[in-house]
Design a protein around this ligand. Sequence first.
Ligand code: NAD
Length: 340
Amino acid sequence: LPIKDPEYLQRLTEAILEAAGASKDEAAIVADHLVTSNLYGVDSHGVIRIVEYLQLIEKGEMKLGSPPEVVRNFKATANLDGRSGIGQLAAKKAMEIAIEKASEYGTGTVTIFNSGHIGRLGAYPVLAAQRDMVGIFYVKGKGGDASPMGGRKALLGTSPMSYAIPVQDSPPIFSDFATTVSAEGKIRVMKSKGLPLPEGWVLDSKGKPSRDPDDFYKRGGSLALFGGHKGYALNLFLEGVAGALSGAGVLDEIPSANAAIAQAINIEFFTDLAKFKKNMKHLVDEIRSSLPAEGSSEVLLPGDIEYREMTKRKEKGIDIDDAAWQDIIDVAEKLHVMVE
Ligand SMILES: NC(=O)c1ccc[n+]([C@@H]2O[C@H](COP(=O)([O-])OP(=O)(O)OC[C@H]3O[C@@H](n4cnc5c(N)ncnc54)[C@H](O)[C@@H]3O)[C@@H](O)[C@H]2O)c1
C-alpha cells in the first residue's frame, strides 16, 4: 500500500477538479471533503471517488460550476436546488444555512433536491456541533439498491443519516451510517479486492443472503437493510422525508444521486448550554467507563473509531491500495495534471 501525505492528496484532488473545469472554491471544498473522509478512515468515500465523479461529469450527469441555489426561503426553513452540482457543495451550504437560521430562530431545517453524491455524511452535522448546536443530516440515496424487508426488489436507497452532539471538554459525539448493512461503496471496495462479503450484506435475486457482490452488481440482487423491521422503518422515513419533503421525489424518480435534509437545533433556545454539555459529558463518561462485555476490550461511542483513525492518519499518512491509486493517476494523466 503506498502511503500518501494528506496535503499532497488535497493538492492533487484540487488540481484534478480544476483541470476538469471546477472553480477554485469548488475544487477546494470537494477535495477537502474527500481527503477528510480518508483521514477519518472512511476510504470508500475518500479521494477514490474523484474517478466516479469525473465519469459522471463527462456523461453530463453531474455538473461543475453549477453552485446550489436557495429556491424557497422562510424564517427557519429553506429549500435548496443542488443544480446537479457535486453534492458536497449543496450539503455544506445547506448545513451552514440551517446553522444561521438556528442562531436566530432556535432551529433551522434546509432540504436539498437535485444534488449529486453528498459523500460522507458525518462531515456536516459536526459543523453545527462546533457551534454548540445539535446537527442532524438525513439523506435519501438513489433508488435501485436496497430491497424492503421481506421483499427482493431493489427499490430503495442505502439512505444514510448522521448526527452530532456537543459534549463538555471533548469533541462532539457523532454517528454516521447507511441504513443498509453496509454502504455500497464498501462493497465496491471489497469486490475490487476480490474479497467475499460478510454474511448478510447482500441478497440474491430471490432475496436470499449471499456473500458474492456480483449477486447485487450483475444478477439482480439487492443490498440488505440493517436492523430488521427497525432499520427498514428508518430507511423508509429517510426516503419519505428527504425524498418527498425536499421535492426531489421517491424511489428512483430522482434524476440525481441524493436528496437531503440538514437540521440544526440551537441548544440555548431549549435549555442551559453549559448544563446540556455537562449532561452529555456525564452520559459519555458513564458509558466509556462501564464494564465491557465478555470478549470486548472496551465500550466505544459513535465517532470514536473515526477520531482515532484521524489522529493516526494525520501523523502516518493515508494508505491507498494500488488499484485505487492507479485509477486516480490515470484520471490525473488524462487531464495532464502534474502535482509535486
Ligand atoms: N451519500 C450517500 O449516498 C451515502 C450512502 C450511504 C452511505 N454513505 C456513507 O458511507 C459511510 C459508511 O457507512 P456505513 O453504514 O458502512 O458505516 P458503518 O457501518 O461503518 O458505521 C459507522 C458508524 O458506526 C460507528 N461505530 C462503529 N463501530 C462502533 C462501535 N463499536 N461502537 C460505537 N459506534 C461504532 C462509527 O463511529 C460510525 O458512526 C458513511 O460515511 C455514510 O455517510 C453515503
